[in-house]
Design a protein around this ligand. Structure first.
Ligand SMILES: [Zn+2]
Ligand SMILES: [Zn+2]
Length: 337
């Protein structure tokens, strides 16, 4: 079968691999849909420390259970549609023993450190596979992983109904955060340079969608600014701006992934005077089941996040569209010829 691997710094390649053999505890998945994400770009550029060269990429995927190893204990049966949680903790370290699985230093990550879903078949631990109800399409199911990260991010922001929320960046992650915050009763302003993405933000429930140059916040100590700010870009200038836009007493959540080594100027006096809470959010602890439920609930038209779909043979084209940044979620469907 053809798979997309991280070959070396700056290079994703298509290569031939055998259909993987399952180990005890694993199931074999026939992948129906596999999304590309900013993390894949970081991997490609050698900016993801735990990424392993020659590993098949693809950490946002869904598919059908094709077969089950005889020594695997699972309630899944062959034919189940499942969404995959790529993060597999060790269950033995101090973080795992304190239910902080996402901070496990021995985390194995499907599509990053072990073979992932940019392939027709992949063997994964049964514990990584979450059953998806039949009301959710196989393509939509591949959004469960990024949505699970956003579920954790929005939890981290502790928004309350009536809060004024600012979301910086209306890519797939920003739009997902918008969908969760607006259906949760917050009034959300989105700041985003792309016309297409601002339009999408209005469809996803934004009260306002503005260009970066139109973002003006009065004196945060006089009650201006936002109760919660989600930075969903990952650039130092937007991370700095996020801090400046928070109202006194507010919370800033840095959701975007910055390049390693990048720093942001933050005034400790301002943080003190405004009693700000600056938080980060890392991966998706306990988010997968909730993400699947949210997709099934369908309060937001989540499938509108998928702007492009390609077959695996068209991977180069998919990568080109993805890296151009002109679309939203770019999905590859490895089970389609
Ligand atoms: Zn991702
Ligand atoms: Zn651990």
């Amino acid at each position: 079968m053809k798979v997309a691997i991280w070959e070396s710094k700056g290079k994703i390649d298509m290569v031939d691999r055998k259909v993987p053999a399952m180990a005890p505890g694993e199931v074999l998945i026939r992948v129906t849909s596999s999304g590309l994400c900013g993390t894949d770009l970081h991997i490609c550029h050698g900016e993801t420390p735990h990424a392993t060269p020659q590993v098949t990429i693809g950490h946002e995927f869904a598919g059908y259970v094709e077969s089950i190893h005889p020594e695997t204990k699972t309630s899944l049966t062959v034919g189940h549609l499942v969404a995959i949680d790529p993060n597999c903790p060790c269950h033995a370290c101090t973080f795992c023993r304190n239910k902080k699985y996402h901070l496990c230093p021995f985390l194995s990550c499907i599509g990053v450190s072990v073979n992932g879903g940019m392939a027709k078949y992949v063997a994964v631990p049964a514990a990584a596979a979450f059953a998806v109800p039949s009301t959710v399409s196989p393509e939509l199911a591949s959004l469960a992983e990024p949505l699970s990260c956003v579920v954790h991010a929005v939890d981290t922001g502790s928004i309350k109904s009536g809060d004024r929320v600012l979301i910086m960046g209306a890519g797939p992650i920003g739009l997902m955060a918008l969908g969760l915050c607006s259906t949760g009763g917050a009034s959300v302003t989105v700041v985003e340079p792309s016309d297409m993405r601002r339009q999408k933000a209005l469809e996803f429930g934004a009260a306002k969608a503005i260009k970066p140059e139109d973002l003006k916040v009065g004196d945060p100590c006089m009650g201006h600014g936002y109760d919660v700010v989600f930075e969903c870009v990952g650039r130092p200038e937007t991370m700095e701006s996020a801090v400046n836009c928070a109202k006194a007493g507010g919370t800033v959540v840095w959701v975007g992934v910055a390049k390693p080594g990048v720093t942001v100027p933050v005034s400790p006096f301002d943080v003190y005077r405004r009693e700000l809470t600056i938080k980060s959010t890392y991966t998706n602890p306990f988010g997968m089941e909730r993400a699947v439920k949210i997709l099934a609930e369908g309060k937001v038209n989540w499938s509108a996040l998928i702007s492009h779909t390609f077959t695996l043979d068209e991977f180069d084209k998919a990568w080109e569209v993805f890296t151009s940044g002109t679309g939203l979620k770019v999905c590859v469907r490895p089970s389609l010829e």
